[in-house]
Design a protein around this ligand. Sequence first.
Ligand code: CDV
Length: 311
Amino acid sequence: MSRKLRAAVAQLGPIHRADSRTSVVKRLIALLREAHGQGARFVVFPELALTTFFPRWWMTDQEEIDRYFEREMPNAETRPLFDLAREFGIGFYLGYAELTAEHGQTRHYNTSILVAPDGRIVGHYRKIHLPGHSEHLPNAPFQHLEKRYFDVGNEGFRVWRMLDAVIGMCICNDRRWPETYRVMGLQGVEIVALGYNTPTENIHHPEPLHLRMFHHILSLQANAYQNAAWVLAAAKAGAEDGFGLIGGSAIVAPTGEIAAQALSEGDELVSATLDLDLGDYLKRTVFAFEKHRRIEHYGLITSRTGAVTEV
Ligand code: CDV
């Protein structure tokens, strides 16, 4: 019997600085209802889905920064989303900023969670590839201060069994790094869930807009194929307080083909039926890792960070 899972990515349009979490959760719930109507049993929401993409703002007051973080999950604002998902029997991925304490130290993470259809949080991921900078760039059109506001994730790239599938998580910039998917691929990942906030403009050097979308889709397609996994990517899109984010939320098959893609830059749900056996087949054939990988030649991947030209 083939294994099929109806799943959706829930793209969010802009969330402005003044928008409350309660208003955002109402939008998440509307998308969840739509997903339920389409028979989806798993929904992927974006990175930092409860607030605006605040790393674009230079802030020095830690209290002001911490207002964008959640101290517990679920909390009063997000509880209605958890309750409705449980009622529908839908599992989901949700990205948010996490404030926590570890060994007496306050930590800030760019986090995503995997919530089971019974409402339990079964998985936790903290973003590892933090892009941007930590210093103020007064001449840039906006900031990208993830390196300032977040600690580097400390839990690796793990996978969890849920909905009879092996599911892994990553966040935004992680999707551009093949290591992200390969570490999950080596744990038999079948579905990679990811949320993202990708600015339409590159603050470091001018880049044509079409390349922003091209590199996003290229990263999903190449890594889905090379790891024989479904990739479910949910954007926060549109202009937040005037600052553009690309859309392009997509469901990519293990063949690298796009199974579904959002058309708008607003709140939009796209769904597809994931044939998990398709990934199994590729994992037994062209990407049978145990038959074809040559780890004796891959040492530099874990022993060297930056490229060094020795010739
Ligand atoms: N939120 C992100 O991680 N954004 C990065 C930008 C800075 C390029 C991304 O990879 O989309």
